[in-house]
Design a protein around this ligand. Structure first.
Ligand code: SF4
Length: 383
């Protein structure tokens, strides 16, 4: 199966006054073409730090110390791997939104309260698709019924823009407010595309919604708009970081259904970050389970839920309340470790019922124990 993105031994630390928090410990995950990969674990286990490290949006005092994040691009039928950690800021800016998009838990934080919904979705097109917008604007100007004043001047500008978007004249025009209006057709075209994508996401009356502001919309609707922004340029990978956690269950089900549907039609793969095992079982093809900054088990969804093998995965699944459960809920004894001084060897060993002598001495490697099923536990290696 073709890979879309892969992390190799990703290691991220946070330099705090209390000491160095070892948040990620050699995390290796792969997302393949056409699949939904779920990254699951309790809060604070490093799921979000993993995707933020991948996208290089870890903020100070955090730092990605080592590892690789390989993005696989199709070049003339061949797959070429680009290490995102080695690319320039401008490469990352053009990659985010175009090749990879992210949606977060809190739509209010992602939307600008003083910009209309349509303008915010259109921004994505204006940033990544300006050439195709200028092409469409030129076609519009060439149409017989187009009545734009100074049509000839605009035609020349759009033609020139199409040839060289970095030409001096455009830099000059963008700095002179009165002449800055040259690209109004481009903005109109971007707005038109924004309305189209809003309507594709099943939002009724897309044209009316596009002129509204975020405070006019409900939480579920805002999250749909955030998805519209993320999908505007048809990225190959959508990263959804706890994207449904703040929504009530009915809206959550609608958004998950929408993501499933979008994966079929518009995007290749989804990397879903969640602490909700129900969401994983519903949505994901493969799952990675994280504990204290380490990946402990990776398997196909069906296999993981039917045959969990790592003691932490088993304990996690046992702690999910059952429909006919009687008596006290099961919990995992002990506490999550302080990652300033993480336990030596297997980070789960202080809480593990199957602990052996080797467990606090050596870090277990992720070993394949079955088809598409890997576990990092000394129970499965040569002890
Ligand atoms: Fe438990 Fe040892 Fe396996 Fe860690 S490596 S999960 S401590 S048995």
């Amino acid at each position: 199966m073709k890979k879309i993105i892969e992390t190799e031994n990703l290691r991220t630390n946070f330099y705090t006054y209390e000491g160095v928090v070892k948040a990620l410990n050699d995390v290796c995950i792969t997302v393949n073409h056409g699949e939904t990969f779920g990254l699951v674990g309790e809060s604070g286990c490093g799921k979000s730090v993993t995707v933020r490290s991948m996208m290089r949006i870890i903020q100070s005092p955090g730092k990605v110390e080592s590892g690789k994040v390989l993005l696989f691009l199709d070049e003339n039928g061949e797959q070429e791997a680009v290490d995102l950690l080695q690319q320039s800021e401008s490469y990352m800016q053009s990659c985010c939104g175009d090749q990879i998009s992210m949606i977060f838990q809190e739509p209010n934080a992602a939307l600008n309260p003083i910009m209309s919904i349509g303008e915010q979705v259109a921004e994505s097109f204006l940033f990544h698709r300006k050439k195709s917008l200028s092409e469409a604007s030129l076609e519009r100007l060439n149409a017989q019924d187009c009545k734009v004043p100074f049509k000839g001047i605009f035609k020349n500008l759009y033609k020139k823009y199409h040839e060289d978007e970095n030409a001096f004249v455009f830099k000059l025009l963008s700095h002179i407010p009165l002449l800055n209006r040259w690209d109004f057709l481009i903005r109109q075209e971007a707005f038109k595309r924004a309305v189209e994508i809003i309507s594709k996401l099943g939002i009724p009356h897309a044209e009316d919604i596009a002129v509204q502001f975020p405070h006019n919309l409900s939480g579920g609707m805002k999250q749909r708009i955030v998805i519209a922004i993320a999908l505007a340029c048809s990225p190959m990978l959508l990263i959804a970081d706890e994207a449904t956690s703040n929504l009530d269950v009915t809206i959550q089900a609608q958004i998950l259904e929408l993501l499933k549907d979008l994966k079929k039609k518009h995007i290749s793969s989804i990397l879903l970050i969640t602490h909700d095992l129900g969401v994983v079982a519903e949505t994901c093809d493969r799952v990675g389970v994280m504990y204290a900054g380490s990946l402990c088990e990776v398997a196909e969804s069906r296999e993981l839920f039917g045959n969990p093998s790592h003691p932490y995965t088993k304990a996690l699944l046992e702690s999910v309340p059952k429909f006919h459960q009687e008596g006290a809920l099961k919990t995992i004894e002990g506490n999550v470790p302080n990652l300033v001084t993480p336990p030596a060897g297997c980070r789960f060993h202080p809480r593990c019922k199957h602990r052996m002598d080797i467990c606090d001495k050596e870090v277990p490697n992720l070993l394949e124990i079955g088809k598409n099923h890997s576990v990092a536990c000394h129970l499965f290696g040569d002890k």
